[in-house]
Write a protein that binds this ligand. Structure first.
Ligand code: NAD
Ligand code: DAU
Length: 353
């Protein structure tokens, strides 16, 4: 039995789907179902008797503690977070509450319960390349030992959470491992993030807003490769260590959006909005916008044998096809109709199955 937090979100739900497909043990999925948590992301595993969904907030220590006592998990994989940089600029309070206080409460729940935990117990904390801050263009990729230099409220909240996990490893012997991941993309990503937002706007013939000059560089990893890496870290990562997870598929935002436009042109030959590149519009710069992230992922390659399997070209095509084939999902997410579905099906109480 393992516990996953945030398993109704983008990366968490991919991890849950992969886990249930490849492992034989049970999984308890704790998620608050914020705007980005969506049970539709878990529709393919809804009938799986090894998947137990619990609607709960990680800040509620007593609820989490009780759950750990009841379920006695052999691991926790902690995805739950407020995850979008723009929202953290607009309204940072939720980021402090969930990413910092929530991680703290989760760690305290584990500490209170651990007397009865098995010696095999592992805590895998999902962090981001953003904690290391912006790198100059062309500078070498950074290793896990790089100094922290977060540049926006989201990154700072994730850095604070990392520091708590590191402190619990040292002070309380928490058997934890941290992963720092680059930008993920793929199916089920909430359309506030660059790739699904541009696909959604391209489909609707709306302008595609590029912040500033668009020469900011991100490294793009398919979510299925990311989830596989996290599974390997859970299985064989060394306690107290951090692992970078990166694709080596870096490109500028402008290049990325041009690739998406070209795919939309090709896959929607009847679209009245072709060529989609005409929709690209430069808008104001994001405050505190980091110029470049670039992680070196040699450690996970050497120690755990992980390498990305999906090329950017193949992954982007598959992603655009997925959004084209799942426009109802996109509409529900944008319109908020899935929220009504959650309320109708489950109510707003805690759900246990
Ligand atoms: P997401 O926003 O899609 O999902 C977050 C999930 O956490 C949602 O299901 C949400 O309901 C849940 N959640 C939020 N607050 C909660 C709370 N207080 N209690 C319980 N559940 C709560 O995010 P994502 O993109 O899947 O990111 C998952 C994790 O990976 C985050 O920790 C994020 O910082 C990290 N990360 C993401 C990326 C990326 O590119 N998306 C890259 C590196 C690291
Ligand atoms: O790097 C890892 C991080 O990647 C994760 O930790 C975060 O959870 C995840 O949200 C993501 O953060 P970014 O800020 O990099 O993602 P986003 O998709 O918002 O933006 C990617 C780049 O595209 C960034 O340089 C800003 C730019 N952008 C984004 C949007 C939404 C635009 O130019 N226009 C846009 O409309």
């Amino acid at each position: 039995m393992i516990v996953v937090t945030g398993g109704a979100g983008f990366i968490g739900s991919e991890f849950v789907r992969q886990w249930l497909a490849t492992e034989s043990s049970e999984l308890v999925n704790i998620d608050k179902l914020t705007y980005s948590g969506n049970l539709e992301n878990l529709a393919s595993v809804s009938g799986n008797s090894r998947h137990h969904f619990v609607q709960a907030d990680i800040v509620e220590q007593s609820v989490i503690e009780q759950l750990l006592h009841e379920r006695q998990p052999r691991a926790i994989v902690h995805f739950a977070a407020e995850s979008h940089v723009d929202r953290s600029i607009h309204a940072p309070a939720d980021f402090i509450q969930t990413n910092i206080c929530g991680t703290f409460r989760l760690l305290e729940a584990v500490r209170a319960w651990r007397g009865t935990a098995s010696r095999e117990f592992r805590f895998v904390h999902i962090s981001t390349d953003e904690v290391f801050g912006s790198l100059p263009l062309k500078a070498a990729q950074i290793s896990e030992a790089a100094a922290y230099a977060p540049g926006n409220p989201y990154a700072a909240s994730k850095a604070a959470a990392d520091h708590l996990v590191r402190a619990y490893i040292r002070t309380y012997d928490l058997p934890a491992v941290i992963v720092h991941c680059c930008n993920n993309y793929g199916p089920f990503q909430f359309p506030e993030k660059l790739i699904p937002l541009m696909i959604a706007r391209g489909l609707a013939g709306e302008s595609m807003p590029i912040y500033g000059d668009g020469l900011h560089e991100r490294d793009w990893l398919h979510v299925s490769d990311a989830a596989r890496a996290i599974g390997l870290v859970l299985a064989r990562g060394r306690i107290g260590e951090s692992y970078n997870i990166a694709a080596g598929h870096a490109c500028s935002n402008l290049q990325m959006v041009c690739m998406l436009c070209d795919l939309l042109d090709e896959l929607r030959p009847q679209s009245p909005y072709r060529p989609h590149r005409q929709l690209i519009t430069h808008v104001a710069e994001r405050p505190g916008h980091d110029r470049r992230y670039a992680l070196n992922a040699d450690k996970i390659a050497q120690e755990l044998g992980w390498r990305p399997q999906i090329s950017l070209r193949e992954g982007l095509r598959q992603t655009v096809e997925w959004y084209l084939g799942n426009q109802a999902w996109l509409e529900n997410v944008v319109s908020g109709r899935y929220r009504q579905w959650i309320a109708d099906n489950y109510g707003w109480r805690n759900i246990r199955s």
